[in-house]
Design a binder for this molecule. Structure first.
Ligand SMILES: [Mn+2]
Length: 388
């Protein structure tokens, strides 16, 4: 195939020239593909993933619980590619698609797994490859994990993971973990170019471009977050030229609040507290607040960004009491503060500036434990000289 400049990710260099990449087997059986910091994977590095995709026949694609635009857009794009390659593909997620992402179901059906969904259980029992997108911990698969684990123990299932979070678990056959990437969508974009190179034909369609645009736009905060390099803007331009309608996608996702979600936002904003000389912003959303405003759990997702909107804030904490009594915590940070380390203390994970975890105990207790730990965490960062 003739290579033209501007043709794909291999031809849009991301700054520094690169020499090495790392492919290694970690202590168990997992093949880890971790590129050198600051660049994208090339076609050769993608080959263990492409081999598995071309060999497989029946696929289940999944993303993490409480799915977001990146996980959903990535799985829809990959499903469309695999279908074009003649594969049987089902998307089965542990939780339902939030309302503002429902339009993605027009591009590809997205099933939601619960104990009653015969069809989803059937898909999981039949498939020979599961691809987990936008998550790198087994627990993030929620209710899907026991089924995947069971099939893997029978030896009949390959598990791949494509993700951009820090600190992956060891539970797959192939783990692609590029935490430099803005989004899993960015990785899938590169993967599709690599598959095209292998199979020698064009696979991108406007539907795929739309799904990937959703993924990258949402995980870059609409192209505002620090990881948004020139490469990512070029990628976005490429997707728009392939048929993604940027303004329509933005509107569908961000201008689609229900009146209840707006009420919750109002209640939440007035409940924010700023602590410790403005360094910590703190918000607890109780089930009562959700009930009174008649809103839903996913309506809390848009709130966290406001917690960092005060410039002095170093760490923002949003805690949400869930219906089952557990407490969901999300962390955001400014600058060199690895909140994924904080989340890890409680079995969660994420990125340097955005992470989360789930507390198994009551929200009263969770709040007490967490506030103390956040203070210690910030203090230790100061002592290590991480912060000016
Ligand atoms: Mn993501």
């Amino acid at each position: 195939m003739e290579k033209k400049s501007g043709d794909g990710p291999n031809y849009i260099k991301r700054g520094k020239k690169h020499k090495f990449n790392f492919m290694l087997y970690n202590s168990y059986s997992q093949l880890m593909i971790v590129p050198e910091y600051g660049r994208t994977l090339n076609a050769e590095e993608w080959s263990p993933v492409i081999d598995a995709l071309l060999e497989g026949q029946h696929f289940v694609l999944a993303t993490h619980e409480n799915s977001d635009g990146d996980g959903l857009g990535s799985e829809v794009a990959l499903a469309l590619v695999l279908r074009a390659l003649g594969k049987e593909v089902a998307i089965v997620n542990p939780t339902e698609v939030p309302p503002n992402y429902q339009f993605l179901k027009k591009l590809y059906p997205i099933a939601f797994f619960d104990k009653k969904s015969e069809e989803a259980i059937q898909e999981l029992a039949l498939c020979d490859v599961v691809v987990l997108l936008d998550a790198n911990l087994r627990d993030r698969m929620g209710s899907l994990w026991p089924h995947v684990k069971f099939s893997r123990e029978l030896g009949s299932l390959k598990l791949l993971c494509i993700d951009h979070h820090l600190e992956p678990d060891d539970f797959t056959d192939v783990m692609v973990c590029e935490n430099y990437a803005t989004s899993t969508g960015e990785l899938v974009y590169g993967l599709i170019y690599a598959i095209q190179e292998r199979v020698g034909r064009n696979l991108f369609t406007s539907d795929i471009a739309e799904a990937l645009y959703v993924a990258v736009m949402t995980d870059t905060g609409s192209f505002r977050f620090p990881k948004t390099t020139p490469y990512v803007y070029q990628l976005a331009g490429d997707l728009v030229s392939k048929g993604a309608d940027a303004s329509e996608i933005y509107d569908s996702i961000y201008n689609s609040l229900t009146p209840s979600a707006l009420k919750l936002l109002g209640a939440a904003l007035s409940a924010i507290t700023i602590l410790d000389n403005g360094e910590i912003s703190w918000l607890f959303i109780s089930q009562d607040m959700i009930k009174v405003t008649e809103s839903k759990l996913f309506d809390t997702d848009l709130i966290i960004r406001y917690l960092l909107s005060v410039p002095s804030v170093r760490i923002a904490v949003l805690m949400v009491e869930m219906q089952d009594g557990r407490t969901k915590a999300s962390f955001r940070s400014r600058g060199n503060i690895y909140v994924n380390q904080l989340a890890k203390q409680y079995g969660g994970g994420g990125h340097m500036n955005a992470a989360g975890c789930l507390f198994q105990f009551s929200s009263d207790k969770a709040q007490k434990v967490l506030l103390e730990d956040v203070r210690l965490f910030l203090k230790s960062h100061k002592e290590k000289g991480f912060l000016q």
